[in-house]
Design a protein around this ligand. Structure first.
Ligand code: ADP
Ligand code: MG
Length: 623
């Protein structure tokens, strides 16, 4: 025993001799751990209970809170109720009436389906359910001790949640003031109220009426919830794009705010906070809104449930679209068209390309005009990964840079010397040759410029990636026609499992294919056509970067930059790639336009100047 009275570390944490036995955690503890993901504050309880009321077909939902919801949350509905024999099941983990099979999950339209919420809440609070179905003579009440007694109420359900986190003081400590918790709780109901104008909602706090929304038309409800100011400064939107129905209101650019507090996005009636969608909307304001201003909007997307996965986040606040790129494109153009000033002599804005009507066997995307991120990255016409043209003929010089090297292919374009005056003004000069497949030689006013083309290109791509990432966008992913599978270590698999969100953000859709095999289903869209081995190698390096970041406990931003660096390195032209003179010139011009272009991401110089004087010195030539 040490002086402090603690057991030696080896005994506690398991040195070679003192390892603890593997044992299954008691059910109650499992529930408490699981609850942490879903129930973090009273507002989460409100969200889950109102979800359940809506799933039960309620037309009237009443929420009553005490002490911001910390002391008590009561949600009352007039839905279908829970039959007596199912009451005890309602509080059990993984007990749900909403899905019965994996196939059901594909087409789930209810807010709940995991059968987790009530069990989670019951593990961290005292829960009582009173419920009555239409065919029951009276209601039944299940109390927190598991006892069932007759009760009086009309058809529907009342769930009471008392003393949240009473048994988990560590959690309770994280709660903010009652006023703050209350505002989050009210916000949770506002979101439901926006999504379901056909349902009446009432919120009480400490016996005082806080908010009341009567059932009615969507426009009316939105105006009530979002306020007259927003309504006056916004435009209505209703657009069908392929299988996606987009409707709601978008605020005029002049009505933008300093905070992102009026941005509501719903997918199939569920409030989501989705980077892809938020970026699509934000980019529609691109030319009209200063970077620091936040647009206000409430947008409601409806899409066939099999085209969206709602089961990717514990609280279901994130979704994943089967075809995220097409959704991004559709949403952006719909908002853009709505914001565009309409002139009398102007033709209506062209329809955005339709989304694929049904999920096809492989990834199939319509031909799309350059997406914002493509423009941001200077890739006006991206070459789809599955259909990249070989050879550089006819492609713009910059894009040709991203094409794969072709053995012995003739120079794709004829070098056209720029007008002498213009070339003289280029700081990095005019390309004259490439040597060793590595260096570009250029001539400028001072003399000779030598450029390490891979290092320079890497910096350019990296800065572009960073800019697009800073704009809040996930790095756009391109589905692979043929997913790439590769053998993986346990450590790599662990990273894939724990860092799904980060990987998605980086445009990498990775999953487990077997006990020791990973599969890559999408890659960042800006990567040049790469073969399977290349992609697997990229995936491994990104996983290594993420694992590193995890160990170092470094902040997300740094990890991101690390990974962006890896992506940039991969996207950059390889050594031994023969470039044409216009391609080289394009690279030099990009360098001139890029911040920090003087060094590569690893801090090495990207170019050197040899002045005429230095050249003269090499040849002992006096001037
Ligand atoms: P889920 O919503 O994912 O099914 P929950 O734990 O939230 O899981 O609820 C478990 C089950 O309890 C539901 O599937 C439903 O059958 C029943 N239930 C819960 N709340 C209500 C309610 N307000 N009205 C009717 N049934 C309810
Ligand atoms: Mg539920």
């Amino acid at each position: 025993m040490s002086e402090t009275g603690h057991a030696p570390v080896a005994d506690r944490a398991g040195g070679a001799a003192g390892r603890r036995r593997i044992r299954e955690l008691p059910d109650a503890l499992v529930s408490q751990i699981a609850a942490g993901e879903v129930i973090d504050r009273p507002a989460a309880v409100v969200r889950e209970l109102v979800d359940n009321a809506l799933d039960a077909g309620a037309t009237q939902v009443t929420v009553r809170l005490l002490a911001g919801g910390v002391r008590s949350i009561v949600v009352e509905d007039d839905g279908c109720g829970v039959p007596l024999e199912e009451l005890p099941l309602a509080l059990k983990r993984h007990a749900t009436s909403k899905i019965a099979s994996l196939a059901d999950l594909e087409s789930v339209m209810t807010m709940g389906f995991r059968g987790e919420a009530l069990a989670a809440i019951a593990s961290v609070a005292q829960v009582t359910i009173s419920s009555r179905t239409a065919d029951a003579a009276h209601a039944w009440r299940l109390d927190s001790g598991g006892e069932i007694t007759p009760a009086a109420r009309g058809v529907g359900t009342t769930v009471e949640v008392q003393e949240l986190f009473f048994s988990t003081p560590a959690r309770r400590k994280f709660l903010k003031t009652d006023a703050t918790e209350l505002s989050h709780g009210l916000e949770a109901v506002r979101r439901h109220a926006l999504a379901r104008p056909d349902v009446a909602f009432t919120v009480w706090h400490e016996g005082r009426l806080l908010a009341q929304w009567r059932a009615g038309a969507a426009a009316q409800r939105r105006a009530e919830v979002l306020g007259a100011e927003f309504t006056a400064a916004s435009r209505v939107l209703t657009v069908q794009r392929g299988p996606l129905l987009i409707e709601g209101r978008v605020g005029q650019p002049e009505a933008a705010r300093s905070r992102a507090d009026q941005q509501y996005l719903f997918v199939n009636g569920r409030f989501v906070r989705d980077r892809l969608l938020a970026h699509a909307v934000r980019s529609a304001y691109e030319d009209q809104l200063h970077g620091s201003r936040q647009p206000a909007y409430a947008l409601f997307l409806s899409i066939a449930p099999e085209l969206v996965d709602v089961n990717v986040h514990p609280t279901k606040i994130e979704v994943r679209f089967r075809d995220g790129r097409a959704v991004h494109q559709a949403l952006r153009s719909a908002v853009e068209d709505t914001l565009a000033p309409t002139r009398a002599n102007e033709a209506p804005p062209a329809e955005a390309p339709a989304l694929p009507a049904a999920p096809a066997a492989g990834p199939s995307l319509p031909p799309v005009s350059p997406a914002p991120w493509q423009r941001a990255l200077g890739l006006a016409e991206p070459a789809p990964v599955w259909a990249a043209p070989h050879g550089a003929g006819g492609l713009p010089a910059w894009q040709a840079l991203l094409q794969p090297a072709e053995e012995g292919s003739p120079a794709a374009a004829v070098a056209v010397a720029p007008p002498a005056g213009e070339a003289a003004a280029w700081p990095l000069g005019r390309a004259v040759a490439q040597i060793g497949g590595v260096y570009i030689l250029a001539e400028n006013a001072q003399g000779l410029v030598i450029v390490d083309m891979h290092a320079a290109h890497e910096r350019i791509v990296y800065e572009k990636l960073k800019r697009s990432a800073a704009a809040g966008a996930a790095i756009p992913a391109q589905p692979l026609l043929v997913p790439v599978s590769f053998a993986a270590t346990a450590a790599e698999i662990a990273v894939v499992e724990s860092e799904q969100a980060a990987l998605q953000e980086l445009g990498l859709d990775m999953g487990l294919l077997g006990a020791s095999t990973l599969v890559l289903r999408s890659a960042p869209a800006l990567l040049p056509l790469a073969d399977a081995a290349d992609l697997a190698e990229l995936a491994r390096r990104v996983l290594a970067d993420l694992a590193q970041a995890e160990r170092a406990g470094s902040v997300v931003q740094r990890a991101r930059d690390e990974v962006l660096g890896t992506l940039a390195c991969h996207a950059a032209v390889r050594a031994n790639r023969r470039l044409t003179l216009p391609e080289m010139d394009a690279l030099l011009r990009e360098m001139e336009a890029t911040e920090r272009a003087d060094t590569c991401n690893h801090g090495r110089p990207t170019w050197r100047q040899l002045s005429m004087k230095e050249l003269d010195g090499l040849f002992l030539r006096g001037r």
